[in-house]
Design a protein around this ligand. Structure first.
Ligand code: NAD
Length: 336
């Protein structure tokens, strides 16, 4: 029996979170879900953005499946997501971007894993209003923060037989901050002689990604660049409904999709739950339930790749619930 915290979140969050929960349960795994909520819905219901029980649950269970959260503008934290990543030092944001066959995209063989530094950079939120006409923001890059995400990327590449790690930076302009990140990447790359190391300026990388994405395998970069290229890469494989993520620290893992709470489609039962389902698969792998993870992945691939049904964002007609039912049917069939 596993104890896992489930944060449904806001907007489409509850739709995709409860769908993912049902799909994970269809594998037969025994999970005691501790359902606690944070964000806009929590604020509207009880006046608190992050109730104490959320922290207690995360600290007790250490494994979290999380829907997207809307941070109400003008109250409390800048972003609850950023706060949680910082508070629990979830420094490694891992976002695998992979093509499914059968999707309407000009790119067929995308298989990129983005390692985004998750606790530093411009997301430290140190901004200053100098006067009506001038504002400043601070970008913080440390050697420790850089080295641990770069190591995470190289270790992942080694473990998964990836041939190349590319570091994305803007060290030509940001000599100290990006310069240090790049320099640490150069040094660490020497410890992995069997993995090709490549450096690329972030603007060039954007152009390369939309012209020839299959040249990339593992990308490691700083917080803001990683955030932006994640959405760009989602566009290569069918959109935001397709890209999962994990926020990993020393002993806590928070698994969530790249996408936000999508208020424009919330409550319409048309959200694509694939990104959170894939995040759930990453969570199962993380806790060692690799066979159950594979069972879900196989069902998902069989449905999308054989055109057995898709949600609207992928050009299909299925509702979130109908899509989930198809996956659950296949899991039950393949399990026996
Ligand atoms: P978004 O990702 O919510 O939506 C962007 C577009 O993609 C929208 O048109 C939306 O309908 C579509 N989309 C996103 N996910 C989809 C899915 N699963 N299926 C089908 N279509 C999908 O980005 P946004 O509109 O910029 O942000 C909305 C809110 O989400 C903001 O409050 C933002 O702060 C928050 N946010 C939260 C997280 C998180 O909790 N990790 C991440 C990003 C944004």
């Amino acid at each position: 029996m596993y104890n896992i915290t489930l944060i449904p979140g806001d907007g489409i969050g509850p739709e995709v979170a409860y769908t993912t929960k049902k799909i994970i349960e269809a594998t037969g795994i025994k999970i005691n879900w501790d359902i606690v909520n944070a964000g806009k819905t929590s604020y509207e219901e009880n006046g608190v953005l992050v109730p104490q029980c959320v922290y207690e649950s995360i600290e007790k269970n250490k494994i979290v499946l999380k829907g997207p959260i809307t941070t109400p503008i003008g109250s409390g934290f800048r972003s609850i997501n950023v706060m949680l990543r910082k508070k629990y030092d979830l420094y490694s944001n891992i976002r695998p971007v992979k093509s499914f066959k059968g999707l309407n995209s000009p790119f067929k063989n995308v298989d990129i894993t983005i390692f985004r530094e998750n606790t530093e950079g411009l997301y430290v939120g140190i901004e200053e209003k100098i006067n009506e006409n001038e504002c400043h923001a601070k970008k913080i890059i440390t050697k420790k923060g850089s080295r641990r995400i770069i190591y995470a990327a190289f270790e992942y590449a080694k473990k998964n037989n990836k041939k190349k790690v590319t570091v994305a930076h803007k060290a030509n302009i940001l000599k100290f901050t990006d310069g240090m990140f790049l320099n640490e990447a150069r040094k660490i790359s020497l410890e992995f002689p069997n993995i090709e190391f490549e450096e690329m300026i972030i603007d060039n990388m954007c152009m390369q990604l939309v012209s020839n994405p299959s040249q990339f395998e593992v990308i490691v970069t700083m917080n803001l660049y990683g955030d932006i290229i994640s959405d760009l890469c989602a566009g290569l494989v069918g959109g935001l409904g397709m890209v999962p993520g994990a926020n990993i620290g020393k002993d806590i893992g928070v698994f969530e999709a790249v996408h936000g709470s999508a208020p424009d489609i919330a409550g319409a039962n048309i959200a694509n739950p694939t990104a959170l389902i894939l995040s759930g698969i990453m969570m199962l792998d993380y806790i060692g339930e690799v066979d159950r993870a594979k069972l879900i992945l196989n069902a998902l691939q069989e449905i999308i790749e054989n055109d057995l049904g898709k949600t609207k964002d992928l050009g299909g007609f299925l509702s979130t619930d109908e899509f989930a039912e198809k996956i659950i049917e296949l899991i039950k069939l393949n399990k026996n």
